[in-house]
Design a protein around this ligand. Structure first.
Ligand SMILES: [Zn+2]
Length: 409
């Protein structure tokens, strides 16, 4: 740990020792100030499963001050929902860090941008529209990707005010292929593309760069931590300075990145979160990290040399490509509408048009409701779909993590 990290770590650990009951117990008689590195080392690695059902990770003193809270539901990568809570201030701090880095690409906070989505909660209303315009962004559905719809998106971007694109690489690649077919090079006012949310393949980035004819960067974040890293215009994928990161092997042994280039699971400690602290949090994502102190952009510290994010999956029905994240939105909508209910899910797409869900529910009373809900919601987006639901007691995780999406022939 360098000096700045060390002092941030001392502050954080002293803070959680005072205010968060989980750490209050562990750190009770421990002097954090004098041996912060060994105190940190001895702390347990946290997982989603360990934190999810425990009130011990919530800072009750902030709870009592009626701070304005931002709640996000996670579950996309594992199929297990979890409410992530931050104060408004914490949430803003994360984006400030990211924007400091984004400014070098000539865009500003508040600029209109485009992103993929298309099924979800927009200002409290659920919608399945193909194009949703909200301030400051326009959302394009990734659940109706066919040539006719892609051409509509192209026209919209050509005429629109958005000057950058914040996109899942897999969905943007499908749009980029259509643009290439039509001989488009550069579009509308777009001057920057940021790829996020899943693994970025070189072939995707190359095509996107070619047809959008502008700089392309990568932002890695997670629903739990929000923003984690951003690639600068010199190509270094810098880890943002509000975090301490290490990578560990399958035995939870820290990888000595200076001497060992093996992939490890990314473990994060955030110096921002005080409401729900993330300390030695296992992200489930794998990376190779390295130190880089000579980037021309001026940022020093750790960079990702290699980063394996989640691999997206697409179902195809009647020529429409449908990003399988739709199943995550379904779970989110159900749990938001009915308070809670679905604890875990797995979605299997069986060609040509069957969605088969495996679902763990909190109570068998809601099974009928879940079946009707999934059938109705999916048919609203994909008319010619068959929906099957199987209720199970548990969905086993694989060694790395559960992949909630499976495509079968
Ligand atoms: Zn840099």
């Amino acid at each position: 740990m360098d000096q700045t990290i060390k002092s941030s770590m001392v502050n954080l650990l002293n803070y959680v020792k005072e205010n968060v009951s989980f750490y209050n117990k562990i750190l009770q008689n421990i002097d954090v100030d004098n041996s912060v590195e060994s105190v940190y080392e001895a702390l347990p690695y946290m997982t989603k499963a360990m934190m999810r059902d425990s009130g011990e990770h919530i800072n009750q003193s902030i709870n009592e001050t009626n701070a304005e809270l931002v709640v996000k539901l996670t579950g996309g990568t594992t199929g297990e929902p979890w409410n992530i809570t931050k104060t408004q201030g914490e949430s803003t701090s994360y984006f400030c860090m990211l924007w400091k880095s984004r400014l070098q690409f000539g865009i500003k906070p508040g600029d209109h941008f485009y992103q993929f989505g298309g099924y979800g909660d927009i200002d409290g209303e659920y919608t399945t529209q193909q194009v949703i315009v909200v301030t400051p962004y326009t959302e394009l559905s990734m659940f109706h990707l066919n040539n006719e719809v892609l051409d509509r998106y192209i026209e919209l971007i050509q005429q629109g005010n958005g000057n950058w694109f914040f996109a899942n690489p897999s969905a943007l690649y499908i749009l980029a292929l259509r643009m290439k077919d039509r001989g488009i090079k550069g579009i509308g006012k777009i001057k920057y593309v940021e790829l996020t949310g899943e693994r970025v393949y070189d072939y995707q980035e190359e095509l996107i760069k070619e047809v959008f004819n502008c700089p392309v960067s990568i932002m890695y974040g997670s629903r739990e931590i929000t923003t984690i890293s951003h690639r600068c215009k010199y190509g270094s994928h810098h880890i943002l300075p509000h975090l301490y990161i290490e990578t560990i092997d399958n035995e939870e042994k820290v990888i000595d990145y200076q001497n060992d280039k093996q992939l490890g699971e990314v473990v994060i400690t955030s110096f921002i979160d005080k409401y729900m602290p993330f300390i030695k949090y296992k992200t489930g994502d794998y990376a190779v990290i390295q130190r880089k102190d000579d980037c021309p952009c001026g940022r020093k510290g750790l960079v990702f040399e290699q980063l394996l994010g989640r691999v997206p999956a697409y179902a195809e029905v009647d020529g429409n490509k449908i990003n399988m994240e739709i199943t995550y939105y379904l779970m989110e909508k159900f749990n938001r509408t009915y308070g809670s209910g679905i604890r875990q899910f797995q979605a299997i797409f069986k060609k040509p048009n069957i969605f088969r869900f495996r679902i763990v529910v909190e109570s068998p009373d809601i099974c009928e409701m879940v079946c009707q809900f999934y059938d109705k919601e999916l048919k609203a987006v994909i008319p010619n779909i068959k929906v099957e639901v199987e209720f199970v007691d548990i969905i086993e995780r694989s060694k790395r993590k559960l992949n909630p999406f499976i495509i079968e022939d």
